[in-house]
Ligand binder design. Structure first.
Ligand SMILES: Cc1ncc(COP(=O)(O)O)c(C=O)c1O
Length: 476
């Protein structure tokens, strides 16, 4: 079979058998799929040999670039030893070593002071000060499961420490924590979640810190983060029913790259402490360097009680996630066998050795390549270029946290009128970009910019040039 025949067959088979995520398959079936076969650095190549700049890090996961030898080699070395063995009743070498590494990386959060009065600690005063540190790693396979684990741990924590009735959660409007039922229950994006309403558990919803479209109709130049006051009202009134607040630190990513104002995250931490609820930081999107620090919580010296990690943990090579809790939270689950304090949760691939070995190599690359320190000029370039984009007639708002950014397109700039959903303006921009050799995936009217952290400045410039040109053409 020659290459063209093979490609045609792949296209047919894709349409015949695949069901693509977050994709209207009717449209997909009438189009010509782009099929990726290879990747190098910040580029991906399709079956016809066309290269595309990977402007969204293959769904926000890729950190050190595609085809990174050290990551591939780490996986191969581990394959030669063992590919999978269960953590149910057994340990495995990479899972243990990675847990230690993650705990060390998270130590700046534990030392930040916020946990010195965190809830778990005040409920467990006999602990040593180790109790406040994020030290216990529970593995799963993806961001959604990391969140499910966090919710279940938070829920059961209160039961185990003998506090009754704290069974609900506070989440933010526009939040996205994944697609499993629990993760959707704490989600706040209507077009994704509303249809499943009857399946979801009730959650207290607090305003999103979406300054460009403030739910409270305030102006960010003069407001005093009244959105936090609304959260406080919820906690004041219902604190004895609430197990935890869950937030995406610094930026609500899938909600439209909505950056929270400085101090918001810290404010959430303070409210959690004041009203005796756990704080869950969902760093699935922001973790591992994305925001210019290893973890977004570092920017505001915030120490959550539970943190969810995935995506960049393996540099985008294998599915893996970790939910890390403080020792105090963990301690609540210790008891006699018959007490049933065991955390009855786990997955077949929990702590998969291949994923953990890859993640370890990924963390080593962060160190050996100085990945986070090297981000400063890239973030500066991105900021400058976003500033330039903000003057375009159909760009309403530009937002970024480190090397993750959103450009919100509007039909009418003074009125901040969005393009109607069915106009698919974000997609029009993405299609233009694709025709110029850049792959991006919008979130409605928001153009997402999230290249691999390893992207060289020259490629970042090319990416931003292309996005600028695509926006100009699509919105003309
Ligand atoms: C903040 C956040 N949490 C959770 C998830 C879900 O992760 P996954 O798609 O790996 O299930 C995502 C995915 O984008 C996310 O951005």
């Amino acid at each position: 079979m020659d290459i063209l025949e093979r490609n045609k067959r792949l296209e047919e088979l894709d349409k015949e058998h695949l069901w693509h995520p977050f994709t209207q398959m009717k449209e997909w079936l009438s189009g010509k799929p782009v099929i990726i076969e290879e990747g190098r650095d910040c580029f991906i190549k399709d079956v016809y040999g066309r290269w595309y700049l990977d402007g969204v890090s293959s769904m926000w996961v890729n950190v050190h670039g595609h085809g990174k030898t050290q990551l591939g080699d780490a996986i191969k070395r581990q394959v030669d030893k063992i590919s999978h063995s269960t953590l149910l009743g057994l340990g495995n070498v990479p899972a243990i070593e990675l847990a230690e590494k993650l705990v060390n990386l998270l130590s700046p959060l534990s030392a930040s002071g916020a946990t010195s009065n965190n809830v778990a600690e005040s409920n467990n005063r006999t602990d040593s000060n180790k109790g406040t540190a994020l030290r216990r790693v529970f593995y799963s396979d993806n961001g959604s499961t990391a969140v499910e684990v966090a919710l279940k741990i938070a829920f059961q924590y209160w039961h185990h420490v003998g506090v009754k009735g704290k069974t609900a959660f506070v989440a933010l409007n526009n939040a996205y924590h994944g697609d499993t039922i629990g993760a959707m229950s704490v989600g706040g994006i209507d077009i994704f979640h509303a249809a499943f309403g009857p399946l979801l558990f009730a959650t207290y919803k607090s305003p999103s810190p979406y300054c460009y479209r403030c739910e409270l109709e305030l102006d960010k130049r003069t407001c005093s983060m009244e959105c936090l006051e609304k959260m406080e009202d919820i906690l004041k009134e219902n604190g004895d029913r609430i197990a935890a607040v869950i937030v995406e630190p610094l930026i609500q990513a899938a909600g439209g790259m909505i950056t929270s104002p400085p101090g918001f995250l810290r404010g959430v931490r303070e409210l959690c402490t004041r009203y005796g609820v756990l704080m869950i930081a969902d760093e699935v999107a922001t973790g591992f360097g994305r925001t210019g620090r290893m973890f977004a919580c570092e920017h505001e010296s915030v120490a959550p009680d539970i943190i969810c990690l995935s995506k960049g943990i393996t540099g985008g090579y294998l599915p893996l996630a970790a939910t890390v809790t403080t020792e105090s939270v963990f301690n609540a689950f210790l008891g006699e066998f018959k007490e049933l304090k065991t955390f009855f949760h786990g997955h077949s691939y929990t702590g998969n050795p291949l994923g953990c070995a890859c993640a370890l190599a990924c963390m080593e690359l962060f160190e050996s390549e100085g990945t986070v320190a090297g981000l400063a000029p890239k973030i500066e370039l991105l900021k400058n270029r976003l500033d330039g984009l903000s003057h375009l007639p159909h760009v309403g708002d530009v937002r970024n946290a480190g090397l993750m950014a959103g450009v919100e397109l509007v039909r009418d700039k003074p009125g901040r009128t969005p393009y109607p959903y069915e106009e698919k303006m974000g997609w029009k921009v993405a299609l233009k970009a694709m025709s110029m050799g850049v792959f991006i995936r919008p979130l409605g009217n928001v153009i997402v910019i999230m290249p691999p952290l390893s992207i060289p400045l020259s490629n970042l410039t090319a990416l931003l040039d292309c996005i600028e040109e695509s926006i100009k053409e699509a919105t003309a």
